[in-house]
Design a protein around this ligand. Structure first.
Ligand code: NAD
Length: 298
């Protein structure tokens, strides 16, 4: 049993911290938001008056924060978490952040004498509640070995992707595929409609042919063929368009820095930006099919 500080108890962090408690660990949580703190208390999570006090007594620290600037600001500097922790503490950042911030996080952790992994997740709030998240992990072998048992209490698949920042790299590459493939599937259904093809017929063909992909067979953007997809409940998320857009923007930032040609990633980012700006940020990202249907390219 370890004492774990959990910083960031929002939609994902709250249930993830709960699962660490269920696995027998002692959790000391902290969040800046009063509603998040109240929700965490209702889950039985002990709350510290400050992040610094939470980490001072911890063997490991998990951060689950909105973006890279939040993670770097919280962790580094004279008043940051690295300075407040005892030497050799394990830091796990599970937020989805840009690769450059993830590398800065690792460098500062190392300079302060700590172990660190970037360990972003896929699986959403449902996966966080059910402890079935996939963790994509970047960091040294000893840091990964130390983090693994804690990640196993919160997820069902743990992949060591490589050194510092490799987890974030895997996450944004995967989600760039997802954003592009959802648009591809949506465009195919809209084209099929205009050609007089039924959703069912296109689904039956494509789901067993070379067009098969997760966006089609698990998350089909039109109602009917996959009864559990958000299309059957008015595009309630699921995975909100705002989060898809965040990840696509991170992919484009990384592509620019790395000099990778990602023309379809750029196009998907532009389309999700336009979709989100028209009041659809809170809809499931598969709702883009409705917006594509209203566009007239003639
Ligand atoms: P959220 O906004 O619900 O939670 C983030 C929490 O961090 C908030 O409660 C906020 O008050 C807190 N916070 C911000 N700065 C802080 C600080 N300095 N100290 C303490 N607390 C601070 O967001 P979420 O949905 O839980 O997502 C967290 C991360 O996980 C994001 O990076 C997101 O992209 C990623 N993610 C989310 C999902 C999802 O489905 N929600 C899926 C995969 C990954």
């Amino acid at each position: 049993m370890a004492t774990i500080a959990f910083i960031g108890l929002g939609n994902m962090g709250g249930p993830m911290a709960s699962n660490l408690i269920k696995a027998g660990h002692a959790i000391v949580g902290f969040d800046l938001s009063a509603p998040a703190v109240e929700a965490a208390k209702a889950r039985g999570i002990a709350i510290s008056p400050s992040a610094k006090e939470a980490v001072a007594a911890a063997d490991a620290v998990v951060t689950m924060l909105p973006s890279g600037k939040h993670v770097v600001a919280a962790a580094t500097g004279a008043e940051g978490l690295f300075a407040a922790a005892k030497g050799g503490t394990l830091f796990i950042d599970s937020s989805t952040i840009d690769v450059a911030s993830a590398r800065a996080f690792h460098e500062a952790a190392k300079a302060a004498g700590h172990l660190s992994v970037d360990a972003p997740v896929s699986g959403g709030v449902g996966g966080a509640e059910a402890a079935t998240l996939t963790f994509m992990v970047g960091g040294s072998d000893p840091a990964f070995a130390a983090a693994r048992p804690l990640l196993e209490a919160m997820g069902k698949k743990i992949v060591h992707c490589g050194g510092a920042g490799a987890g974030q790299a895997a996450k944004i590459c995967n989600n760039m595929i997802l954003g592009i493939s959802m648009i591809a599937v949506s465009e195919a259904f809209v084209l099929g409609e205009k050609l007089g093809l039924s959703h069912e017929a296109l689904y039956e063909v494509a789901s067993t042919s070379s067009g098969q992909c997760w966006s089609l067979t698990t998350y089909c953007p039109v109602p009917g063929p996959v009864p559990t997809s958000p299309a059957n409940r008015g595009y309630q998320p699921g995975f909100a368009a705002a989060l898809m857009l965040k990840d696509l923007r991170l992919s484009q930032e990384a592509a620019g820095t790395a000099g990778a040609a990602t023309a379809l990633g750029a196009a998907a980012t532009a389309l999700y930006t336009a979709f989100a700006e028209q009041g659809n940020e809170g809809k499931d990202f598969s709702g883009i099919v409705e917006w594509i249907r209203t566009r007239d390219e003639t």
